[in-house]
Design a protein around this ligand. Structure first.
Ligand code: PLP
Length: 462
């Protein structure tokens, strides 16, 4: 019984320490005056426990979609511990054993990609990619081909440059002015089609990229950054025909294709990487959350050999190499954890399990859609699923933000943690998000689906 882990006094002390000293991520602290913050103290498999001993099935993989292989993996902890005793750190200017071995194993899963650059967060991985694009622009195009296009509803990180490349007003508001050279183009959410009901939505949505390139001038556009499936922006699965068209447009205008796999990478969507569903070949791929299932902080900016070769010695350039460093990119805990994480994903067939359990979850939810109020659209791939709530299914009028919050709150009471898009700035932004650990069982799927349906019904009935 986890409730016996802590005495009443120890619980009280911990909560007071937290309330008095910690500034929580993405949180309005005035709420803590009425309600103590959630304090999670233990995890095992797909479940976590709060400080009071209450257990939850965590369908958010740690709140931000990253504990892919589940909680309590002793073998990852042991791999980290063994490595840290041998060598905890040396700057990424040198090689280390786990970094070398993990890069080789990772690239085996990514045909066509050639190099791995290490850092410690998704935002950082994307920043590295932006610097690679910018430096190539200076090397080859007199600095002109420097613009980076990004898509409405995609999220690429919390730093000023990655926010400058983020298409979510709810994240950007009050943080401007933003970095120049980042240009937004429209989303590809078919449920919220900009073109009415059309047969070739995927093609039309992809054309928005071409329009943006032509508007800016193809000789000014260096790259486009895209999530393979928009995750935090509302789990937007790409429409039929979208990705091949995007790839063709990039080729036509010599624009590098940068795919942000920070959420989708490492099995989340039922393939090793999200882009592998669509038969495309990126130039740059960024990874973070699932790389070591968040047992250690590690991110990777993966490029093709062609991109890497742009930085080799060049007699006409004094500083041809990539002049970037990330201190914690040299920490060995990350690649040591990532190696064991990869072994687990393979040995336990978790990528296949993600696909199978994701299909099962989608099938239950879709079967219940017509008899459940508020469910406008259900989207997903593997264990990344979004349920968009509307107050009127015919007009697709979005629900008030408070309804989505209420559903999430009822789920918590019933022992289920879910995610949700967190503001109704954008009309298609009231989406409940399910992103559980990849070890999920059929019983877990059923618990998630039926608990969620009950919670939606309760919220709808006031
Ligand atoms: N890219 C995507 C698609 C993300 O969802 C996130 C984080 O949620 C990031 C980048 C940023 O990653 P981090 O929070 O590790 O900086």
């Amino acid at each position: 019984n986890q409730s016996e882990l802590y005495t009443a006094e120890a619980k009280q002390t911990a909560i007071m320490q937290d309330k008095a000293n910690v500034w929580h991520h993405l949180s309005q602290h005035s709420l803590h005056e009425k309600q103590d913050p959630l304090m999670i103290v233990k995890g095992e498999g797909s479940r976590v426990w709060d400080i009071h001993g209450k257990s939850y099935l965590d369908a958010s993989s740690g709140g931000v979609w990253c504990v892919n292989v589940g909680y309590g993996r002793t073998s990852i902890a042991e791999a980290i511990s063994k490595q840290l005793v041998q060598l905890n750190f040396f700057a990424g200017t040198a090689g280390t054993l786990p970094a070398a071995e993990f890069a080789e194993k990772l690239l085996e899963k990514m045909p066509g990609m050639g190099r791995v650059y290490y850092a410690s967060s998704g935002s950082e991985a994307n920043e590295k990619a932006f610097k690679i694009v910018r430096q190539i622009a200076h090397k080859k195009y007199g600095g002109k081909k420097h613009k980076i296009l990004y898509r409405e509803r995609d999220y690429h990180g919390s730093t000023i440059a990655t926010l400058s490349a983020t298409g979510q007003e709810e994240r950007r508001g009050q943080y401007g002015p933003f970095a120049p050279g980042f240009v937004e183009f429209p989303h590809c959410c078919e449920y919220r089609s900009q073109f009415g009901e059309v047969e070739n939505y995927g093609y039309l949505a992809a054309q928005e990229l071409e329009k943006a390139i032509l508007k800016e001038g193809p000789d000014t556009v260096g790259a486009v950054i895209l999530e393979p499936i928009t995750a935090g922006g509302g789990v937007i699965t790409p429409p039929e025909g979208y990705w091949p068209e995007i790839q063709a447009i990039c080729k036509k205008y010599n624009v590098l294709l940068h795919i942000d796999e920070v959420v989708c990478g490492l099995g989340r969507t039922g393939k090793w990487f999200g882009y592998q569903h669509y038969g495309i070949q990126p130039d740059i791929v960024t990874l973070a959350k699932g790389v070591a299932s968040s047992y250690a902080a590690i991110s990777c900016t993966v490029t093709t050999e062609a991109v890497f070769n742009e930085f080799l010695d060049n007699p006409s350039e004094r500083e041809a190499y990539f002049r970037d460093i990330s201190t914690f990119g040299g920490c060995t805990a990350g690649p040591a954890a990532a190696l064991e994480n990869l072994r687990i994903l393979e040995d336990e067939n978790l990528v296949e399990n993600s696909r199978e359990m994701g299909d099962y979850l989608l099938s239950i939810l879709k079967e219940m859609q017509s008899t459940t109020p508020l469910i406008g659209d259900i989207r997903g791939q593997g264990l990344l699923v979004g349920i968009e709530l509307v107050s009127d299914k015919a007009s697709k009028e979005p629900v008030d933000e408070s309804i989505a919050a209420k559903v999430a709150g009822i789920c918590m009471q019933k022992g289920l943690i879910i995610g949700r898009t967190n503001r109704s700035f954008a009309k298609y932004n009231n989406t409940l998000c399910l992103c559980p650990v990849l070890t999920l069982t059929k019983q877990d799927v059923e618990f998630i689906a039926y608990t969620l349906i009950d919670a939606i019904k309760e919220a709808a009935n006031g």
